[in-house]
Design a protein around this ligand. Structure first.
Ligand code: ATP
Length: 295
């Protein structure tokens, strides 16, 4: 297998904790870009992100990120990636600005560049008013935002975001989405886990669905929707009960031909063209609704 140019290459990756298999013989190959890992609670998402970001040594199999082995080349790899979700980088005794200054300079930015970019990130995440206060006085949400800002300061080649918007307010969530798009435009790849399907759909080029330690589906949001069946024409009675469902490829020609047939048989039923939502896709693939499912 050639590992050149791939962002992530995983082959036969297996991980167990206390005799329980959490990842099962994973095979994944991802080009640079934005990738979302979706899965229900306990599916193994954090375990996979921890292996790819060098925090855990896998039991068996190979994993390469940016062409580097996650264990053998971990020192080199750590200089090219950033990981959020653990608050590990945040120093409680320093202010928000000081944390960003320090991490920016650790990643090789000049003092003035670190201060400038740090100021921008503090502003984007709504932390400007608290920038001089010690982090020990921050709320949980504020720490989370600062953790994300810190990981974005050096514009790494690849950033891992473990459920980055869980618990964030709408403004910060939007700020993070904007920042992810901006980073991607500048060539930084993103690998994120999320329970929000709209987030995966809005951000990711490719979505991996992980269930019980296995990748059960992979593709763009549209490709995943195709997997659970394409569009359908539905006819409802006056009480809103579904009476007839007819598959369609969704094209105008097919919809109009099908409707012409249905109209003669059921002239008084109401027509809807239904497309599967990402929530339905997720439910069908994993058998579980998502926490973030809105419908
Ligand atoms: N260090 C560990 N020791 C023992 N069991 C672990 C360890 N880390 C994870 N597990 C178990 O492995 C399984 C997968 O956990 P993981 O955190 O990877 O799932 P997840 O998909 O990220 O879930 P969530 O969405 O709830 O965060 C869980 O059953 C968890 O309890």
């Amino acid at each position: 297998m050639s590992y050149t140019n791939q962002l992530v290459e995983v082959d036969g990756l297996t991980q167990s904790f206390g005799g329980r298999r959490v990842l099962r013989d994973l095979r994944v190959s991802l080009p640079p870009g934005i990738h979302a890992l979706l899965g229900p609670n306990g599916a193994g998402k954090t375990t996979l992100i921890n292996i790819l970001s060098t925090l855990i040594r896998p039991d068996a199999g190979r994993a390469r990120v940016l062409g580097l082995d996650v264990y053998a080349d971990r020192t080199q790899l750590r200089q090219k990636i950033a990981l959020t979700g653990q608050y590990a980088a945040v120093d409680e005794a320093l202010s928000g600005t000081e944390n960003l200054d320090m991490m920016g300079q650790l990643f090789g930015l000049s003092r003035s560049a670190a201060r400038r970019r740090g100021g921008l990130l503090l502003d984007q995440f709504g932390l400007t008013a608290s920038k001089s206060a010690k982090v020990s006085t921050y709320s949980g949400g504020m720490r989370r935002k600062l953790d994300i800002a810190i990981s974005l300061i050096a514009e790494p080649e690849l950033i891992f975001l473990d459920e980055p918007t869980t618990g964030l307010d709408t403004r910060s969530r939007q700020a993070l989405w904007d920042e992810i798009h901006r980073l991607a435009d500048r060539g930084t790849s993103v690998f994120l886990t999320t329970q929000y399907l709209d987030e995966a759909e809005a951000l990711a080029d490719q979505i991996l669905v992980l269930d019980d330690g296995r990748i059960v589906a992979e593709g763009t949001a549209d490709e995943l929707k195709e997997l659970v069946g394409g569009a359908a024409i539905q006819l409802h009675d006056g009480a809103g009960h579904l009476q007839v469902e007819h598959a369609t490829d969704g094209t105008a020609a097919d919809v109009s031909r099908t409707l012409a047939e249905l109209a003669t048989q059921h002239p008084h039923l109401a027509v809807t063209v239904r497309k599967p939502s990402m929530d339905e896709v997720f439910l069908q693939l994993t058998g579980q609704p998502t926490e973030g499912a809105s419908s």
